[in-house]
Design a protein. Structure first.
Ligand code: ADP
Ligand code: MG
Length: 569
């Protein structure tokens, strides 16, 4: 192993030379109690910054086994280390000067969710810590300024590393709290299944966010408090007894006047598939982690999806058992989203009337009388919601502000009133009973039968030969793989642009290694998820170094992304 002195020597030699001479610094160097590895050197001061990683041997890092052994505590610890390191690095970023990105020191910036990231990996067993960051190697114009890089690597980084990646220097109380929260969240997830619940929202939870562009908790929000009739008490290993609203399996309706907090509750449930950091307000809002938000998504592409459960006999004669379009309508897109979520193995649909296609959700009686059912290709969701629950074991939580018909189908009705929930199932059923049952003279609907899930694809014409496929992320909205843009804006449970980047690499990997015209798309999504699960997110990017800005998506989002790839055939 080269020593830090060797790096100093290289820096002395290349000082004042042209920028490309920085390439000589690539390699790993022993810096006392850690290893600094320069994994990739940028081509010029304005290019994407250089990739650097820090490796601390588990024995030296010293994090207790109860933080590093179980997956959920390990992810929480890694998340805490990235946040800590980020705070330290912030003080030093751009303290070294120069042109372009000179002096930048940057590490991933996690939001409110705790996700597994390539920015920090902890190895179970050994407890080794690996942290990835970006450094802008300093230059004057395009001339190497080695003295400034030396400041970064020999003064700034050692400070950051020592303060954040060694247990002996860490805020131990904080890290204990991080571990305990992760254990408690894990326990709630485990108990959901055992108690036949699909979601839990603790009393005291703060659901609304600061603003449309900030994911931080709203200050002075009305704290959540469960209605007595739906309250459950869970016993957690660290937080002890905790009370909150348990949403049972089945069909649950959230109703209430406009602006009373319905969508806010649903949004919190959508995000509840992930764990949140302490102070977020949604720490104990936990949803079945297979839950999928279903919405209308006009314009999306649909490739061979069997939407015949909802749509049949289209006027253009298109086959809806293997539906293909490059520009879906509101209803066909929402139908495809339902079927694909089933295919991805969801146990819970989350639907907001606000973002649904009305003709997909309901059909009122008058309309049914005027427009003959034979002329209507759509079997609305309301006619399938019970079958989905009873036959397929998929629950639904639905926000309905204006459509009372769902009262007939709901097993639970929650009314939001001034941001507080109340259970009104009895009342809603009584009122519904007094109203003529709109479904009563309708001929009984035949069950849909299981959708056909066997969809196979080949990688398309640009396909598998090309191993230099370029991946470009566009925030959370889209990722382009070899100039094929996959729109992900309406895949709402994608919460971090690093997940989107990871999906880009997954699409590339799938095109090169998995799509073969034989494996079905579900299998491909599962293989990608398994690869990331077993070997880390790095396994899907085969480059010389692993990007420091990837976060692991759920299999549901992997699947959603593959479904929106227009280049598959
Ligand atoms: P709805 O879907 O019922 O029309 P929203 O969920 O969109 O209502 O909420 C309306 C507004 O109220 C939003 O601006 C939201 O941030 C705010 N809000 C929601 N829940 C709370 C709460 N618990 N405390 C304070 N404000 C809230
Ligand atoms: Mg709303």
């Amino acid at each position: 192993m080269k020593q830090s002195e060797d790096l100093q020597e290289i820096l002395r030699r290349i000082d004042h030379k042209g920028y490309p001479a920085y390439k000589d610094t690539a390699g790993a160097y022993q810096f006392g109690d850690y290893v600094l590895s320069i994994d990739h050197v940028q081509g010029d001061p304005f290019a994407s910054p250089s990739k650097v990683s820090i490796h601390v041997d588990g024995k030296r890092a010293g994090f207790p086994a109860d933080m590093t052994e179980k997956k959920h505590t390990r992810i929480a610890l890694a998340d805490a280390l990235v946040r800590r390191f980020g705070k330290e690095a912030e003080q030093y970023s751009h303290k070294a000067k120069g042109s372009g990105k000179s002096g930048l020191i940057a590490v991933s910036r996690p939001g409110q969710e705790v996700l597994e990231r390539s920015a920090c990996e902890i190895t179970p067993g050994s407890g080794d810590v690996l942290l990835r960051l970006e450094v802008g190697f300093p230059a004057n114009g395009r001339t190497i300024h080695a003295g400034e890089l030396s400041k970064i690597l020999f003064r700034f980084l050692p400070e950051c590393v020592h303060r954040s990646l060694f247990y002996k220097n860490a805020d131990k109380k904080h890290l204990q709290a991080v571990r305990e929260l992760a254990e408690d969240q894990f326990e709630i997830r485990t108990q959901l299944g055992q108690r036949g619940l699909v979601a839990f929202v603790a009393d005291g939870a703060v659901l609304p966010r600061e603003s449309g562009v900030s994911d931080r908790p709203m200050k002075q929000a009305v704290a959540f408090c469960s209605p007595q009739s739906m309250a459950v008490e869970l016993e957690l290993p660290y937080a002890g007894k905790i009370r909150g609203m348990g949403i049972p399996q089945g069909v649950t309706l959230i109703v209430g006047g406009g602006y009373h907090g319905k969508s806010t509750l649903l949004k919190a449930l959508e995000r509840g598939v992930y764990n949140h950091i302490a102070g977020d307000g949604r720490e104990y809002v936990i949803t079945d982690d297979t839950a999928v938000k279903i919405r209308a998504e006009d314009g999306r592409s649909i490739q061979k999806t069997d939407i015949s459960m909802f749509i049949n006999g289209l006027p253009n004669g298109k086959d809806t058992k293997s539906f293909v379009t490059e520009d879906a309508s509101g209803s066909t897109s929402q139908a495809a989203n339902v079927i694909e979520a089933m295919e991805a193995g969801t146990r819970l649909f989350l639907i907001d009337e606000d973002t649904s296609a009305t003709n997909f959700m309901i059909r009122d009686e008058l309309m049914a009388r005027v427009v003959h059912p034979k002329m209507e290709p759509i079997t609305p969701f309301i006619d399938r919601v019970e079958e989905l629950s009873d036959t397929y074991g998929i629950s639904t939580i639905l926000v309905a502000g204006s459509c009372g018909s769902y009262f007939y189908k709901a097993s639970h009705v929650i009314q939001m009133m001034q941001y507080q929930p109340e259970e009104i199932t009895e009342l809603a059923k009584q009122e519904a009973g007094r109203f003529a049952d709109i479904t009563k003279d309708k001929p009984a609907l035949k069950p849909a039968g299981k959708p056909e899930f066997h969809r196979v694809f080949a990688p398309g014409k640009k396909g598998s030969q090309n191993d230099r496929m370029k991946i470009k992320g566009m925030g959370k909205d889209a990722v382009s793989v070899d100039r094929d843009t996959v729109e992900l804006r309406y895949v709402e449970q994608l919460v971090d642009s690093e997940q989107t980047m990871a999906l880009g690499y997954m699409v590339k990997y799938a095109k090169q290694h998995l799509f073969d015209g034989k494996k079905d798309i579900r299998t491909v999504a599962r293989l990608l998820a398994a690869l990331a699960e077993e070997k880390g997110i790095g396994a899907v990017c085969e480059g010389r170094y692993l990007p420091c800005n990837l976060a692991v998506p759920r299999v549901q989002e992997i699947f959603a992304c593959l479904n929106r790839c227009r280049s598959l055939v």
